[in-house]
Design a protein around this ligand. Structure first.
Ligand code: FE2
Ligand code: FE2
Length: 495
């Protein structure tokens, strides 16, 4: 089974020929082609920053259309008229149990049915139009509920306000529409470019992306607090800065540096701990600074010091969020192995450090407003989104990745590290010269995310899978299995 897409649809669309894809059944696999089309078109039109927005929106529209089709099939199978208001609620309860939560069994039924979904893409002069049509007509009640939700959503200033007032877990669909309206507003596409047109045979939902889209930055009271928190972070301690300049001085010797480190027991402990968690020598524990320096080299020591200092400042100030570091340790290890697989021999240690620090922005976000972040992670899971970044942007005004980049700038991290942190959820936004390290950390983070969340390999950007040459389901699954085992062995060796 292939995970990447090699169709020429994007080419056709960009040449002015509309492309229509028809589906009876929708799952993550069917959506990979659509993701790839968006990525290719947006890269060509210079709008890659819209990728997550458009993917999130089209997923939402397609899943709603699919749900509407399933609903009609269910009612007709049970011989019940969907317009029968008395029976509607009861039947809907069973519908969820029997159909919605049981899609594998429903697949043959819906595939054989006459219900379908058509997704059409068109592009001319740098505008992109796409639409989703499904062949069941809306009942009046459904259409007025949708119109209401749209109007309501336009009223809210922030996504979290809307979420608190409108979210109703039994209904589900409500949140999706609100989300779409916020995404359209914030991305600069505009909520008025969403059109819902029901007719006698079906419903057409379309979105036109205008030629010049300018992202609208949301600035809320939370944004300001977040920025204040970054502002208030201390600079690196003097002894770390001195050590770093010693590392950067070509005349420094190993003896000089190790002596200076040993003067400070806490730096000594940090350097040893980080060197060991990097697994420089498999199966061997590094116990002295001299040994560590011989193995990791002076240049990498500077990087290790950066990571140790950043980690220390953040974990002392924000003790509560320690779990993030467990995730980061895993991502760091994975990043190193991925870099090795890609034969990026000069980048193994930077990949490790970038993995270790990739989520520093998340700590600041969590410490500023834990409630919003929890809401965001709830919606991210609920909507099975690839990352929380886009929601952070529309509700806080800044994503944890972007924030991580700001911290990296404040602490003078090397540019490669900064790029990898800033784009670890959107490798396609990274400048070409930093693509390797960004892809590495992105992939490491996705694999780690797949272990704890319910999403699958289909969520990984096709271009990154091509880059690492893991293009089938089996290939990536086996690679991931080995990686996990290797990491667990490494953890147990560290004791
Ligand atoms: Fe992240
Ligand atoms: Fe992460």
């Amino acid at each position: 089974m292939k995970l990447t897409d090699d169709s020429n649809y994007a080419e056709q669309i960009l040449n002015g020929e509309p492309v229509t894809l028809t589906f009876n059944y929708i799952d993550e696999k069917s959506l990979t082609t659509i993701n790839a089309i968006f990525l290719k078109i947006l890269s060509r039109t210079g709008n890659v920053f819209l990728l997550e927005t458009l993917i999130t929106i089209i997923r939402e529209i397609i899943f709603n259309a699919f749900k509407a089709n399933l609903k009609r099939l269910y009612f007709s199978q049970n011989g019940i008229d969907i317009n029968d208001k008395e029976q509607y609620q009861n039947v809907m309860e069973n519908f969820k149990e029997d159909f919605l939560y049981n899609l594998e069994d429903v697949k043959p039924l819906i595939t054989k049915s006459s219900f379908f979904i058509k997704v059409t893409f068109k592009s001319d002069n740098n505008t992109i139009d796409f639409s989703v049509y499904n062949n069941v007509s809306l009942i009046d009640e459904e259409f007025s509920r949708i119109k209401n939700r749209i109007e309501q959503s336009k009223k809210y200033e922030t996504l979290t306000d809307a979420y608190e007032e409108v979210y109703d877990p039994t209904e589900g669909a409500g949140l999706g529409l609100i989300l779409m309206i916020f995404l359209l507003k914030n991305s600069g596409i505009g909520a008025n470019n969403l059109k819902i047109k029901p007719d006698k045979t079906g419903v057409n939902v379309s979105i036109s992306v205008p030629e010049l889209v300018r992202e609208k930055k949301i600035v809320t009271e939370v944004t300001n607090r977040v920025l204040e928190n970054v502002e208030s972070l201390p600079t690196f301690p003097e002894n770390i800065l001195e050590l770093q300049s010693l590392c950067n001085n070509e005349e420094s010797t190993l003896d000089q540096i190790s002596e200076k480190i040993q003067h400070d027991p806490s730096i000594t402990a940090d350097v040893l701990k980080l060197s060991n968690s990097a697994g420089f020598v498999p199966g061997k524990k590094i116990t002295t600074i001299k040994e560590a320096l011989k193995i990791i080299g002076i240049k990498n020591l500077s990087l290790i010091l950066t990571a140790a200092a950043a980690k220390k400042i953040l974990s002392e100030r924000y003790k509560k969020f320690e779990l993030i570091w467990d995730h980061c340790t895993r991502v760091a290890y994975y990043a190193r192995v991925i870099a090795k697989k890609k034969k990026l021999v000069n980048m193994l240690d930077s990949a490790f450090i970038a993995g270790m620090l990739h989520d520093i922005g998340k700590i600041i976000l969590l410490s500023t407003d834990e409630k919003i972040i929890n809401t965001i992670s709830e919606i991210t899971k609920d909507k099975q989104m690839r990352s929380s970044s886009i929601l952070e942007e529309i509700s806080i005004g800044i994503s944890h990745a972007e924030l991580g980049g700001m911290i990296a700038t404040k602490w003078n991290f090397p540019d490669t590290l900064n790029a990898a942190i800033s784009n670890h959820h959107s490798p396609m936004n990274s400048a070409q010269e930093y693509r390797d390290i960004t892809n590495t950390v992105y992939l490491a983070n996705m694999l780690s995310g797949i272990e704890t969340r319910k999403y699958s390999y289909y969520y990984i950007e096709g271009d990154v899978l091509e880059w690492i040459k893991l293009e089938t389901f089996n290939e990536i699954e086996n690679f991931h299995k080995d990686l996990k085992n290797e990491f667990n062995t490494h953890l147990s060796q560290l004791g």
